[in-house]
Design a protein around this ligand. Sequence first.
Ligand code: FAD
Ligand code: 2HG
Ligand code: ZN
Length: 498
Amino acid sequence: MNILKSRCKIRKFSFLIQTRNLALKRFPNYSILTDKDYRKNRCLDDVNSLDSYNEDWLKSCKGNSKLVLLPKTTLELSEILKYCYAKNLAICPQGGNTGLVGGSVPVFDEIIISTRLMNQIIKLDEESSILSCQSGCILQNLDDYVSQRSLIMPLDLGAKGSCHIGGNVSTNAGGLRLLRYGSLKGNVLGLEVVLSNGEILNSMNVPLRKDNTGFDTKQIFIGSEGQLGFISGVSILCPPRPRAANLILVACNGKSFQNVIQIFKTAKLELNEILSAFEFMDRESMRAVKENSNLENPFSIEVSEKCDFYCLVETHSSDEESALRKIENFYSKLSEKDLGLDCIVAENKTQFSYIWSLRERIAESLTKDGHNYKYDISLPLNKMYDLVIDIRKRFSENDAKNYFRRCIGYGHLGDSNLHLNVTSEKYDEKIFKLLEPFLYEWTMKNNGSISAEHGLGLKKKNYIYYSKTKENVEYMRKLKKLFDPKLLLNPYKTLPDF
Ligand code: FAD
Ligand code: 2HG
Ligand code: ZN
């Protein structure tokens, strides 16, 4: 009787109040872990060690796993998955646990399999510039490693010090330089994946730039959020490291976001092939990093009081002199068109990192406000900021001004990707109801995507139809059943309930 009760537990989470009071039921066909179950190799099962694996980076989702397994090799991982398959034990794959949609932590008692110890570099082929490594390598460590061979990792993001390359591939992470180096869908040339029954699918043995022999099976795992297989190894193409990197912070003139778009157009024309990142942040974002992370706005008070938007424009090139010439032309064009109030060009490494930290640390700053309502939207460029304006209008029309702390917009403008964030001291139902489903309907009406780069995880899985047709979701379900017939991999997430 007791067992039956606990098998069918209904769990309510603090964040689930946000998803219209949905409650999840533990799938009754999953077994419950016993003391006799898998304890070989490295594992953690004491309450204190389990805590940080059970809770996500935003501290908005908390699972109740009783076991973390830390395999070191693909064979160990395969053995674990075979065991779980035979015993009907559900699992949650975890990398650096920096995901922002509740995908990386268990919902109930799924066994956490962490890639923390799968952190070996296998090979860097100097002729092809292809790096092969285990999936638990930290992105920053990989970048440090390839930099010694004058190469760069083709992706960069604020969580680079903790996120794992396997987690990046599983979320198809975009980040700060997608504009220049393209998406992981193009840069990942091979994957090793362990399927739910322990079978190993390998396309990493001969990573090639071009290979059209049959279907490209690895693609289906990129961005699949641990639903279809467990990524154990990655081969990735690393571009040459630029000899010169420059960074310009522009304080934009005028209240209209159209001016920001004009600055982007000017950057594309004038900086052309050397443009490596184009990010924007609004006045409120700048205020958040100042108030919560103590990062001073580097412009004068006079400029910052007038300025509603800032752009970070980065260049990567092989020749410093010609880059500086291009930057000067860019600057003159901004003045000619009266688009900038002021500009700062980083003069040394310290300034370079300081300016980047203003943008990269916004997410961390916002957590200090309390509760974060986080949205990651793709929109046509000319609509991108209208969503922030409309949400603010909606708050003021509904007398919600005193309920929230901040409503800000920033993001990867070069990729048309808006990060809209609202914060309040605690979770507030009134704010949530003003945001959802309004914001998703708005996005759909304006031909956007409700998840540009973070994925769906647990928090957004039920909103998938705002961006994908019924038929597409049906084929996703069919693929899920094909690769994971017992639905043991990362359950309750990404796809609406089975
Ligand atoms: P985790 O968070 O551990 O996992 C993410 C998902 O992938 C989960 O569903 C998990 O089950 C699955 N998974 C992890 N490893 C594997 C594996 N080996 N095999 C199968 N499935 C696996 N994202 C962006 O796209 N762009 C950004 O600019 C960006 N910036 C960020 C900045 C900060 C400060 C933070 C905290 C997060 C940011 N993110 C960004 C979100 C996050 O998606 C990325 O940090 C990263 O890609 C997640 O990697 P991870 O190793 O932490 O994965
Ligand atoms: C970023 O670009 C991340 O900084 C996080 O994707 C975005 O916090 C967010 O909304
Ligand atoms: Zn982002």
